[in-house]
Ligand binder design. Structure first.
Ligand code: HEM
Length: 281
């Protein structure tokens, strides 16, 4: 199964050039969708105005070296390990979906551009990774869809209730599910063709609806995480008060109530934060 690229089966009806043109078109659709999203939501303007505001409120100047180290820590933490998720299940599901998508898209590009015909013997490892990427998206994505989503887990909506905000996850799941089914049913005639048509319809939906879906969050979230770190480093703190270290004796002397209502070790917030998750619907 891993000795041949599933895309080679299409060569009777589609030339390598057509497949490569489709990939390029989808790439352009993502770029166009993201640019339109930025213009439509005025997010670039918001980011610029927000950073100007932060600069005015800054208490210290952050050096170029510090900015590089903040960018590196954003990539190493928020991007590569999805550290913004506090709920470990959501974090694991996000990691599976994110890495699965990256592996699936990267190996699709390699298979279509580096091994366009059987004349170039395909590497079994690349084909195996293509299947693994799709499988990782399915595991993380179905787990999210059937158990983790807030509107299902906390609001009690049925799993089949679909709202426009679900466009991203549903088209992503359809794409990888039907890619796997298409590859697994090679040689099965019309059924195989049907799975291929659904696979391509889902992938076209995923890449051509960036303006309306959550797709572009993968570009915006890292920028927002970096900006947040910058406001902590320059002391502007998004115009929020600088509370300081609550265990600092000087601060406790200034505000004598702190130890009284927070205990001797203010870092420990008590049992209140151990409340059960909100799922009583
Ligand atoms: C291929 C790349 C990615 C895919 C397929 C992906 C997929 C998803 C999905 C399906 C969700 C909904 C899950 C949930 O809310 O629990 C989500 C949410 C989220 N993603 Fe990603 N993601 C990707 C990249 C990134 C990157 C690079 C970041 C960077 C920091 C990021 C940060 C987040 C955050 C913070 C949420 C929660 C948003 C919210 O609750 O509104 N994602 N992502």
């Amino acid at each position: 199964m891993f000795d041949t690229s599933p895309f080679h089966d299409l060569l009777g009806s589609l030339s390598p050039g057509v497949m490569q043109a489709y990939v390029v078109l989808m790439f352009l659709a993502v770029i166009a969708g993201t640019i339109m999203d930025v213009i439509h939501k005025k997010s670039a303007q918001y980011f610029f105005e927000n950073s100007q505001k932060a600069k005015k409120a800054a208490k210290r100047t952050v050096s170029g070296g510090e900015k590089v180290s903040l960018a590196v820590s954003t990539v190493a933490s928020e991007v590569l390990t999805s550290s913004e998720f506090c709920n470990p299940k959501r974090r694991l599901s996000h990691l599976l979906t994110m890495y699965g998508t990256v592996i699936f898209i990267a190996t699709t590009i390699i298979l279509i551009f580096a091994y366009p015909t059987p004349a170039e013997p395909v590497s079994g490892g690349v084909v195996a990774l293509w299947h693994l990427g799709a499988l990782m998206v399915c595991v993380g994505g179905y787990w999210f869809w059937f158990a983790i989503r807030v509107n299902l887990n906390s609001e009690g909506n049925p799993w089949y209730r679909f709202v426009p905000a679900d466009l991203f996850i549903v088209s992503l799941l359809m794409m990888t599910t039907f890619a796997l089914l298409w590859s697994l049913t090679r040689g099965a005639g019309w059924l195989n063709t049907l799975f291929f048509i659904i696979f391509i319809a889902a992938s076209t939906t995923l890449f051509c609806t960036v303006l309306w879906s959550k797709f572009a969050h993968m570009f915006f979230k890292p920028a927002a995480a970096y900006q947040k770190k910058l406001t902590r480093a320059d002391g502007s703190q998004e115009n929020l008060p600088d509370i300081g270290d609550l265990s600092d004796p000087d601060l406790q002397a200034r505000y004598p109530d702190i130890p009284t209502y927070m205990g001797d070790k203010p870092g420990y917030m008590g049992l209140g934060i151990k409340r059960e998750s909100p799922n009583h619907y």
